[in-house]
Design a binder for this molecule. Structure first.
Ligand SMILES: Nc1ncnc2c1ncn2[C@@H]1O[C@H](COP(=O)(O)OP(=O)(O)O)[C@@H](O)[C@H]1O
Ligand SMILES: O=P(O)(O)OC[C@H](O)CO
Length: 506
């Protein structure tokens, strides 16, 4: 009777529920967008209650579309935008404040203070992450310091912290009525609070920042039993057996399991994930040390990540803030209406620059403007900026790995933006590598379904999952080396001009 897996994919812009069959084919889905709240420059917030309501609605839509009930669902997997920080009252279930989204830069002061006092170095050594505004730690510290009653509730044990997976798991399993307060090791590895070697919360960092351990969720494996949907849920009695951060889920969904293999996901942001093995590898090239996945009863598998903050969200910005396109897909036609970028370079440092630069004080710029330039050149430069940012991350990976340890020979891609053929060809051209797109580009939800399905024997093992992966199209490089050099040289100069923008004027 239970012949399907259901994945909840809670992303930065929307929440999806996707139902998969045993062949890894999506048979139905439901999707709901949520509001992006920009209260001040640099702030990005979500309403956690809206996200929870959307999750339930998306599950209902998917079940209805498939004409199925909970009895047909063998297990649930959760995947989520990572780092985004929710603190809620465990007695009422109410969030104490809007969720602070991973893109939010309000905690720059916290970062500067702890760079100066040396805590940033301690955090980097323990967690594998640089101290930037991106990770949960500074967001949680901000809430404890600035939200009325947060400190008091936290000290009394009544406030809980979680990334979005924890928030959804707690609500799905009963909320104030005995909800499970847990996360998985991949999400925990993005908080800036987890010891990357022991995969436990760092008591040293928590004590330095006065964060009560009682408010942190239990860290579980990515594939394994996490809880059972509560009686008041549409999915009641259905087990939740997989949790992964969305980039780790996309890696899993691309069947990228073994050391040296990598994928690149083009969504709101863009994230390259490389699997490295059972020991954490630290990077001197601006890549993050992170956990790729952990199966039940097995040691964690680590990875390196190159995180780019702005990719698809720049297309949304062209649509919503400039109004030069009316749908994201229209950017393809507009960009293709001109033969090149007309000399325009767009550095979308809206949240500072992430990998490999980690410059929170950088801000965005459109450069190379002349009266010749049209909105089509701006659209083209916006798309090209994603490919250049990925180039910078891949260059770091290649330097880090070196030829002998296995530099990347090709790149598997996925995510909502990779349906853009022009962008994928340009990506192959600037990387000078084959870019390979699978049949299912919604690998994030697929990865969560895989992790949850493995735990209950819906799929047998990683090899079975590997056999489900299918190539749809391969983009091969077709650009003259001198031309590539010229484009990348201009891009480097443009990036250099955005760095330091917020620094005080002399
Ligand atoms: N044809 C297209 N060309 C470029 N970008 C696109 C295209 N279609 C969608 N996008 C962008 O892809 C992103 C959606 O990707 P998705 O993987 O669903 O994101 P997320 O999981 O981060 O919410 C949006 O930011 C959208 O602007
Ligand atoms: O919502 P996405 O898919 O852009 O992913 C967000 C990332 O998890 C942020 O680290």
């Amino acid at each position: 009777m239970s012949s399907f897996m259901l994945a909840i994919d809670q992303g930065t812009t929307s929440t999806r529920a996707v139902i998969y069959d045993v062949a890894g084919e999506s048979i139905a889905s439901g999707q709901k967008e949520h509001r992006q709240i920009f209260a001040h420059p640099g702030w990005v917030e979500h309403d956690a209650t809206e996200i929870w309501n959307n999750t339930r609605a998306a599950v209902g839509l998917a079940l209805a579309q498939a004409n199925l009930t909970r009895h047909h669902i063998a297990g649930v997997g959760i995947t989520n935008q990572r780092e985004t920080t929710v603190v809620w009252n465990k007695l009422t279930g109410e969030p104490l404040a809007p969720a602070i989204v991973w893109q939010d830069t309000r905690t720059q002061g916290f970062v500067a203070t702890h760079e100066a006092d040396g805590l940033a170095t301690v955090i980097k050594d323990i967690t594998g992450l640089p101290l930037t505004t991106y990770f949960s730690v500074s967001k949680l510290a901000w809430i404890l310091e600035n939200v009325p009653e947060a400190r008091e509730l936290a000290n009394s044990g009544a406030a809980l912290f979680g990334t979005i997976d924890s928030w959804l798991l707690w609500n799905l399993t009963g909320g104030p009525d005995g909800g499970v307060h847990a996360t998985d090791v991949t999400n925990a590895s993005r908080t800036g609070l987890m010891d990357i070697y022991s995969c436990q919360w760092s008591t040293e960092i928590c004590s330095e920042l006065n964060i009560p351990l009682s408010m942190l969720p239990e860290i579980k494996t990515s594939s394994g039993h996490s809880g059972i949907c509560h009686d008041d849920q549409l999915l009641r009695d259905t087990p939740i057996t997989g949790i992964l951060g969305d980039q780790q889920a996309a890696t899993f969904g691309q069947a990228v399991f073994t050391p040296g293999a990598a994928k690149n996901t083009y969504g709101t942001g863009c994230f390259l994930n490389l699997v490295t093995g059972n020991e954490p590898v630290t990077s001197s090239e601006g890549l993050l040390t992170t956990v790729a996945y952990q199966l039940e009863g097995q040691p964690p598998v680590y990875g390196l990540e190159g995180s780019v903050a702005v990719a698809g969200s720049l297309v949304q910005w062209l649509r919503d803030n400039l109004g030069i396109i009316s749908t994201s897909a229209e950017v393809e036609e507009l960009a293709a209406s001109v033969p090149d970028n007309g000399g325009v370079y767009f550095v979308p440092a809206f949240s500072g620059l992430f990998a490999p630069y980690w410059r929170p004080e950088a801000r965005g710029a459109i450069q190379g403007l002349t009266r010749f330039v049209t909105k089509a050149h701006i659209a083209r430069a916006a798309l090209e900026s994603t490919a250049y940012q990925v180039y910078d991350v891949v260059a770091s990976v290649q330097t880090e790995r070196g030829e002998d340890t296995g530099a990347l020979k090709e790149l598997r891609v996925d995510g909502g933006m990779c349906v853009n053929d022009g962008l994928m060809q340009f990506q192959a051209d600037v990387l000078n590598l084959d870019v390979i797109r699978p049949k299912n580009v919604e690998t994030t939800s697929l990865g969560a379904a895989y992790a949850a399905g493995l735990a209950i024997g819906f799929w047998d093992n990683l090899e079975a999952l590997q056999s489900l992966w299918k190539e749809e199209r391969r983009f091969t490089p077709n650009m003259d080396a001198d031309h590539r050099k010229e484009l990348l040289g201009r891009w480097n100069r443009a990036v250099g001009n955005t760095v330091g923008w917020l620094e005080p004027l002399a």
